[in-house]
Ligand binder design. Structure first.
Ligand code: CIR
Length: 261
């Protein structure tokens, strides 16, 4: 069960952030409306939110997930792989340390974005990407091992369709009969790393919906992906659909917008 989350309001210069996709320029009023609906959804799931003010020095800073990895036992502040995002860690550290005074840190030459880290019960997938390098993953694996977690490192560096591991996979936790459901985009469905999980394969046409988030009794899922939403329902999950179009324009997904714990 999650009880809290940290979120950061998007700044007026949100559109100046990094992106690899060409879906148009986000419209700020719509960004804010979608962000507010996202925060309200977390609250409806029972979470108490820590709201951080917009940080105009870092246009991508609403994607707080990339700055820390929170587990039930501890926290690790990251070292983002994009230079323009490095300062986001110092900016969020006090909010993380308020709840995790002993928070550890990823240090250079390691780099790591939280978007590459997928918790799947007692196991963590640490994605190697153009943001997270082997050294960053090695350091995190060591921290996690000390907390009793195992880990493995799926490599997404050759994929052009996703930025982070969690753009392509999400663990939605135990289903009604204890299923270990791992949502996975079609392109990654056959990967040996994911054997042993109950795969929910997202069709190529709906691949953006592979980034979804289990929050207590609900699964947050992007609106506009009916097959994926219906499949979650069929498996006994309770999806909560949210408009994500403006965040998608900046390579962002549902998980990126909060640190849940
Ligand atoms: C970036 O390129 O870093 C941001 N525009 C998007 C980050 C999305 N974060 C995530 O998937 N965890």
């Amino acid at each position: 069960m999650f009880t809290r989350a940290i979120v950061r309001e998007p700044g007026r210069n949100f559109a100046d952030g990094l992106t690899t996709v060409d879906f148009g320029v986000p419209e700020f009023e719509l960004v804010l409306a979608q962000w507010r609906a996202y925060c309200a959804a977390l609250e409806a799931c029972g979470l108490t939110l820590t709201y951080l003010a917009a940080d105009l020095d870092h246009p991508d800073s609403t994607f707080v997930e990339d700055t820390a990895v929170l587990t039930e036992h501890g926290a690790i502040l990251t070292l983002p792989g994009a230079a323009s995002r490095l300062g986001e860690v110092a900016a969020i550290a006090p909010a993380v340390r308020r709840f995790y005074p002993q928070a550890a840190e990823i240090v250079a030459p390691g780099t790591l974005d939280g978007g590459d880290i997928c918790e799947a019960g007692t196991h963590f997938f640490l994605g190697l990407s153009h943001r997270t390098n082997e050294e960053g993953a090695r350091q995190l694996a060591e921290h996690l091992a000390r907390e009793g977690f195992t880990s493995s490192c799926p490599d997404v560096r050759s994929m052009t369709s996703i930025l982070h591991l969690k753009s392509g996979i999400s663990y939605v936790g135990p289903g009604p009969r204890g299923e270990k459901t791992l949502v996975v985009m079609e392109e990654m469905a056959g990967w040996p790393e994911f054997a042993g999980f109950d795969l929910l394969v997202v069709s190529e046409a709906e691949s953006y919906a592979a980034n979804c988030v289990r929050v207590n009794d609900r699964v947050l899922v992007a609106a506009g992906y009916p097959e994926m939403t219906a499949e979650l329902r069929r498996r006994g999950y309770d999806p909560l659909e949210l408009e994500m179009g403006e965040f998608r324009k900046m390579d962002g997904g549902l998980s990126c917008l909060s640190l849940r714990f």
